[in-house]
Each structure stands twice: as structure tokens, then as C-alpha cells.
Design a protein around this ligand. Structure first.
Ligand code: CU
Length: 86
């Protein structure tokens, strides 16, 4: 399941175009549009890069929510202490 924020989605017409675009990419994709929040949830075996490319091409450049809205990255990879002296 992948979730995208699509700021340019503003009405039901956009929502159905987006749904259509995703179904063209993957006929078996499960698409859930949340119009008030301008988000789309996609359950597909397509890579998020292909989904993003298809949406961009359709005129709805998406922002992958996982990469923006998650306050702390999973794991302890690049943890910064927040020190700002200098
Ligand atoms: Cu619209």
C-alpha cells in the first residue's frame, strides 16, 4: 500500500482521472481517493516510481506521503542530534 499526496487534485473529475490513470497502469490496482485530504492510496504491485511517473504524466504530480509526513525515519540510520552550535 502506497500513499500519495496530490496537491493538484481538486474535484471529483481529478479523482476519477487519477483512478483511471492508475488502473491503466495496473488493472488490478486498488485505488482509494481521499478528495478532502488530496491523498490517494494505491494498493498495487507497481513500484511507486512507476505510479509517480504515470500520475505526473496525467498532470497530477504526486508527493509520496511516506517520505514527507513521517516525522522520524524508521531505524536509526541518519539520526541527528539537533545540535546547531557554530
Ligand atoms: Cu478536477
Amino acid at each position: 500500500m502506497q500513499e500519495f499526496l496530490i496537491p493538484s487534485m481538486s474535484c471529483g473529475g481529478c479523482a476519477s482521472r487519477i483512478t483511471q490513470t492508475l488502473h491503466n497502469l495496473d488493472a488490478n490496482a486498488m485505488v482509494e481517493v481521499d478528495l478532502p485530504n488530496k491523498t490517494v492510496r494505491v494498493d498495487s504491485n507497481q513500484e511507486s516510481a512507476s505510479i509517480e511517473a504515470a500520475l505526473k504524466e496525467a498532470g497530477y504530480p504526486p508527493i509520496e506521503i511516506e517520505s514527507v509526513a513521517r516525522p522520524e525515519t524508521a531505524g536509526t540510520g541518519t539520526q541527528r542530534s539537533g545540535c546547531c552550535c557554530g
